[in-house]
Design a protein around this ligand. Structure first.
Ligand code: MG
Length: 386
């Protein structure tokens, strides 16, 4: 009798994707890889398919289809290419849960497809909820699909909520490490380079999220993500800087009691929890040692210096397509910063200009989100220095 969960991993070549496969490698009796997909990292996809022999792989870039197919021709692995193929593959009957680990806005459509197909979601792509949280969570309710968070803060809240679903949340506190520039002022930030921003003190992650962590945009996106995941009002969500990244977030209930989840900063834990829920599987992940952390500290987030967090909070309060504008402008801004086209503080200026100029839509449809995303990207690119 097999009680294995069959998993599709979208974005398998990235940081979360590879850590998910680390988790699977350690829990072979619990998980089976059904589908692996990546946009264009063909060599990593091939290596992963050789090790895990999934039912199917999908390479996003159709030009790489033949290359992947030839490399896997000796194996019983179906090879597909392109966005349409990905939409169809997630519908496969054998899949129990779809783990979404693509970067940015590109995660929205495949996630919606997976929900439409009635698959449970393990969500690592926060931008999906930032851009279109209302639409995504409504569809998930209609399809009776659960969305299990992988983001460590949201996993923490989800873990604190176990056994508490009947009890209303009064407030949540998302913890933030503060990133590599915690305590710095604007004069310092003006001249920082990507090499400095890419050095996160506690977490080892992909480039986009590491820059977002340095600018505190990541925490702003997480506030919006939390709003939709836990059905909260904006004023029920707060951020507290906790530089050690041991307490991953806190729920405050209506009697004033607070529950927090803690552990070493290691994404494998929230990944495994999302996939194994409601079970906790025995693991050999490193254990927390109190002697190594004699004090855990907390401080207020500096939203004057880190404008991105303020912009995100404002967009969350305004609702409609504002968070979609915020996200699209931020994706262009981060890309430009990583290419040395703009400075660190100019990212906020670009996002703010887009939030002012793109038309507000109070109740956007899917098509409105697509249009908002496209228009914002065009405007943001026009704002780049030539
Ligand atoms: Mg996080």
């Amino acid at each position: 009798m097999s009680e294995k969960k069959h998993i599709a991993i979208l974005g398998s070549a990235g940081s979360i994707g590879t850590q998910t496969l680390d988790v699977v490698r350690g829990q072979r009796s619990h998980f089976e890889v059904e589908v692996l997909s990546t946009f264009n990292n063909a060599d990593v996809l091939i290596r992963q398919a050789q090790e895990f022999t999934p039912n199917a792989v999908v390479i996003g870039d159709e030009k790489k289809y033949n290359y992947v197919r030839e490399a896997l021709s000796d194996l019983p692995v179906k090879v597909y290419a392109g966005e349409e193929a990905l939409a169809q593959v997630v519908e496969m009957d054998d899949i129990d849960i779809v783990l979404t680990a693509m970067v940015g806005y590109s995660g929205l459509k495949p996630t919606l497809n997976a929900i439409r197909a009635g698959k449970q979601i393990a969500l690592a792509n926060k931008e999906t909820l930032v851009v279109a949280g209302e639409l995504v969570t409504r569809l998930a309710r209609e399809k009776a699909v659960n969305i299990y968070p992988i983001d460590s803060e949201h996993s923490a809240i989800f873990q604190c909520m176990a056994g508490e679903w009947e009890n209303p949340i009064e407030k949540i506190y998302l913890t933030a490490s503060g990133g590599p520039f915690r305590g710095r002022d604007k004069a310092f930030l003006k001249s920082v380079r990507k090499e400095q921003a890419l050095k996160h003190p506690n977490w080892d992650m992909g480039a986009k999220i590491t820059i977002d962590s340095a600018s505190l945009m990541n925490k702003g996106l997480e506030m919006i993500e939390a709003r939709w995941l836990f059905n909260l009002q904006p004023d029920q969500i707060d951020v507290i800087v906790h530089p050690q990244s041991i307490i991953h977030s806190i729920v405050q209930f209506e009697d004033g009691s607070m529950k927090a989840q803690m552990g070493l900063p290691d994404m494998k834990l929230p990944i495994q929890y999302a996939l194994a829920y409601p079970k906790r599987l025995k693991s050999d992940f490193p254990r927390f040692n109190f002697a190594e952390y004699p004090s855990l500290s907390f401080e207020k987030a500096d939203t004057d210096t880190f404008r991105n967090l303020e912009l995100a909070i404002h967009a969350m309060r305004q609702g409609g397509n504002k968070a979609c504008i915020l996200n699209a402008a931020n994706e262009i801004a981060v890309e430009a910063f990583l290419k040395d086209q703009i400075g660190f503080l100019e990212m906020s200026e670009m996002i703010e200009a887009c939030l002012e100029k793109i038309s507000f839509i109070a109740s956007p449809s899917y098509e409105d989100y697509v249009k908002t995303d496209t228009e914002t990207r065009m405007l943001a690119k026009e704002l780049l220095p030539v």
